[in-house]
Design a protein around this ligand. Structure first.
Ligand code: G3P
Length: 212
């Protein structure tokens, strides 16, 4: 499973990339607004650190989305254009597929949406599991449903588990065979940690002090 970081903060990307575990970045307009700064500059810095950086279009009509998709994809070969799951978004994904522009279909909340995006030619689809849990639905259940459908057919589209909120989400996504998981920095920081690792290391170092 590929690990992406869900952020618009270049420092966070640099940090996790330095661990040797990072495959890509997902940004969205809310994350970009939170960090501030120039969007293109941010995306370009991230493209120097990882091979796949999702940059989201903000237009809602396909002709405008396509203009943004062409602009973003021209910035750097590592840009993946993020397109929302709407009918206009599907038209944009179809166009991008024909032009060889990689896309990540975002705001996917149902298996039907996932299949439509894959059929239109999305390189990745992003089901938002945490937001489904927030409204009392089963986010990881949707991933299970999508992976079953993917096993039944021959879609090239990668399933990117988004809106992850805690370390168990990452394990469960991997158990289901999802291709990518995008992880907020706060959750990333928890992944290498275990209290028994800390206790064990402290004991090793204390014992080593006695040898000296
Ligand atoms: O990148 C989109 C997604 O991961 C959003 O997560 O926590 O705002 O639902 P969240």
């Amino acid at each position: 499973m590929k690990y992406f970081i869900d952020t618009a903060n270049v420092g966070e990307v640099e940090e996790v990339a330095s661990w040797g575990v990072l495959d890509g970045v997902t940004t969205n307009p809310s994350l970009v607004a939170k960090e501030g700064g120039d969007f293109k500059e941010t995306v370009l810095k991230m493209c120097e650190l990882v091979n796949e950086v999702s940059a989201q279009v903000t237009a809602t009509e396909s002709d405008e989305m396509i203009k943004q998709a062409e602009e973003y994809s021209g910035w750097h070969k590592n840009v993946v254009v993020k397109v929302p799951m709407t009918i206009e978004g599907l038209k944009t994904i179809k166009y991008c597929k024909e032009k060889g522009i990689r896309t990540n279909c975002t705001l996917v909340f149902s298996a039907n949406q996932a299949v439509l995006a894959a059929k239109a030619g999305a390189s990745m689809i992003s089901p938002f599991i945490g937001r489904l849990d927030d409204v009392g639905q089963d986010g990881m259940g949707l991933i299970a449903e999508i992976m079953t459908i993917w096993d039944n057919y021959d879609f090239d589209t990668e399933v990117l588990v988004a809106s992850t909120r805690h370390p168990r989400h990452i394990v469960e996504a991997a158990e289901l065979g999802a291709h990518i998981c995008t992880i907020p920095f706060k959750v990333f920081e928890k992944l290498p940690k275990h209290q028994l690792t800390d206790i064990g290391l402290r004991k090793f170092l204390d014992d080593w002090d006695k040898v000296k």
